[in-house]
Design a binder for this molecule. Structure first.
Ligand code: UDP
Ligand code: MN
Length: 326
């Protein structure tokens, strides 16, 4: 009898044990299943651009760089520029925000006024220095520094390295400026509609304020491999028209206009992710004082025949070692 009872209890205990194991298995499968599904959601999230962007660790000494790009109708260049400059700056641990200042009014392109607007926006968002940056000029040599300049302004696209412009007073292309220096010279002139000379006028402002222009030294990459200038002169024509008395006025230092009086309206702002780079596209409508600068629109009959004026001047600069703007 005792033997029989023992058998019954034994088989009952075995069944209980099996049931327990079965329940344990069901729970384990359930938990593993849950874990895997959460894990896969998380890894899918990690693939998204925002996660990549926010995970970048930056230590740039408390400084923040605003990358200000004067822009209109250069979409293909932007697609290449944004991820390139973002990667380039991350490699240098530069805390930065990219601002594409997109001119949306009907007037001729005004690089200097767009830079003034970009500066105002970048500073209002906490940048303490900025770089005015052509969208079609890509730095290639990692030694080209975008760090906060300890002294003066830093001209990254130096005439010794720029693929196209080699005259000594050239300050175009890529120029790093501290907030207080840009404010000190009242930014850039607002009188330059169309291509050219606005950077030369800015050079005169810097000279008058006795601000130092520092340039990269000891780089062996030279004019051929320091930058890539993504610019086909036929596809991306430069607007060299001159009308009314533009030619005469644009050759003189402008003491009238600048950062303080740039007239514009921000029409909209958009955050756009290009590959892994986040850019702020600011649609800006510039306003034109038609009495002061009637050449913000050149009708066909008002255009002068010296359409190549800008180019000629730049070449003269090389010969005379003189600036065209006085
Ligand atoms: N730009 C633009 N749209 C234009 C003209 C100029 O976006 O229609 C901007 C762009 O950032 C460009 C910069 O202004 O890189 C300088 O113009 P451009 O390339 O014509 O001058 P370059 O230095 O090649 O003579
Ligand atoms: Mn260009």
């Amino acid at each position: 009898m005792a033997f029989l009872l023992n058998q019954v209890f034994h088989s009952y205990g075995l069944r209980l044990c099996r049931i327990k194991i079965l329940i344990l298995c069901i729970f384990t499968t359930f938990f593993i299943g849950c874990f895997l599904s959460f894990a896969s959601i998380n890894s899918a999230e990690c693939n998204c651009n925002t996660a990549k962007i926010s995970s970048i660790k930056i230590s740039s000494g408390g400084h923040k760089l605003g990358v200000v790009v004067p822009f209109r109708d250069r979409f293909e260049e932007l697609l290449e520029f944004a991820p390139h400059i973002h990667k380039f700056l991350v490699a240098q641990n530069i805390d930065h925000t990219i601002y594409i200042i997109n001119q949306v009014d009907q007037y001729r392109f005004n690089r200097a006024s767009l830079i003034n607007v970009g500066f105002i926006i970048a500073i209002s968002e906490g940048c303490d220095y900025f770089v005015m940056h052509d969208v079609d000029l890509l730095p290639l040599n990692p030694l080209l520094s975008y760090a906060y300049p300890s002294d003066g302004l830093f001209h990254v696209a130096s005439p010794e390295l720029h693929p196209r412009y080699h005259y000594p007073s050239f300050v175009g292309g890529i120029l790093i400026v501290k907030r207080e220096d840009f404010q000190r010279v009242n930014g850039m002139s607002n009188k330059y509609w169309g291509w050219g000379l606005e950077d030369d006028e800015f050079y005169v402002r810097l000279k008058e304020a006795k601000l130092k222009i520092i340039r990269p030294t000891n780089l062996t990459s030279g004019v051929k491999s320091s930058f890539r200038h993504v610019h086909d002169r036929v596809w991306r024509k430069r607007d060299m028209a001159k009308c009314f008395n533009q030619q005469e006025v644009n050759r003189r230092r402008d003491r009238q206009t600048g950062l303080k009086d740039v007239m514009y309206q921000v029409q909209s702002q958009h955050t756009v992710i290009i590959d892994n780079a986040s850019v702020n596209v600011i649609n800006v409508a510039l306003k034109c004082n038609r009495t002061l600068t009637p050449w913000c629109l050149c009708s066909e009959e008002n255009k002068s025949s010296t359409a190549n004026f800008g180019k000629v001047n730049r070449n003269q600069n090389v010969k005379n070692k003189n600036n065209a703007v006085r």
